[in-house]
Ligand binder design. Structure first.
Ligand code: 6PG
Length: 245
């Protein structure tokens, strides 16, 4: 873990979700005040769902979502109605329905040619954000193998110099769409959400020098911030007593 990284440890998944929602809301307020809009890339999997539910309620009560844009850090190569779809997970949380439809930028996992869809999404990203595409906040998860987004160990996607590419997962659906390391590096803020004892070895490997150079360790902001939001069970393998928020 580099000295500039910010590690925050919460009691449990519920407290982690509430803290993550607060961090996103604060980032949104700052981005909208500074640039008139908030561009958030959503993580997939299961960890962020509780936070998306919290966000959809908290922000609706606060100021609304008309200035928000939702992007995706990655998507499985499945249609949006598939139970494995990250878009479906975010939609079912209630979050996506709160945003203007034209401001939810879906990765089309159903595309027959994922490489062409990666190129299309990259054009959409750059047409809205410019080049390099600077997202305000990118939410990321951590796999037990150290993957993040759909950047898996030893995959060619890790070497991509594009902004969006196709990632190959070791488990089905194998074909995925993913933001690349260069795009993550350009983000103003990178926030990892890591919860659960099953992630403890991967988290220790990523944050401590002992770990292999797994994809999550390769995520480095060029000029932005990197924040780890974790819970105690995910920190169980850490040698030092982490600072508890
Ligand atoms: C995906 C995610 C992936 C996820 C991690 C952690 O498409 O699965 O983007 O990177 O964040 O695998 O997943 P969990 O939150 O389900 O543990």
């Amino acid at each position: 873990m580099s000295p500039s990284d910010d590690l925050r440890v919460f009691t449990d998944a519920g407290e982690l979700a509430r803290a993550a929602a607060e961090l996103v809301l604060s980032s949104a307020r700052d981005a909208i005040a500074a640039r008139g809009g908030f561009h958030l890339a959503l993580a997939g999997g299961t960890t962020p769902r509780a936070m998306y539910v919290e966000l959809s309620v908290r922000r609706a009560a606060e100021a609304g979502f008309e200035d928000w844009h939702a992007w995706f850090g990655d998507e499985r190569g499945v249609p949006p109605e598939d139970p494995r779809s990250n878009h479906r997970m975010a939609a079912e949380s209630g979050l996506l329905g709160r945003l203007p439809a034209g401001q939810v930028h879906r990765m089309r996992g159903e595309a027959p040619d994922l490489q062409r869809e990666a190129e299309r999404y990259e054009r959409e990203l750059c047409s809205v954000l410019g080049t390099p595409p600077r997202l305000d906040l990118v939410l990321l998860g951590l796999g037990t193998d150290g993957h993040t987004a759909s950047l898996f160990p030893a995959s060619p996607a890790l070497r991509s110099r594009r902004w969006v590419t196709v990632g190959q997962a070791p488990v089905p659906p194998h074909g995925r769409l993913t933001l690349t390391l260069p795009t993550l590096a350009e983000a103003r803020s990178l926030v990892f959400l890591v919860s659960g004892a099953d992630k403890a070895p991967a988290l220790a490997g990523v944050l401590d020098s002992t770990g292999a150079a797994v994809p999550a360790r390769l995520v480095r902001p060029r000029a932005g911030s990197l924040i780890w939001l974790t819970d105690r069970s995910a920190n169980a393998s850490r040698p030092s007593e982490p600072r508890t928020a």
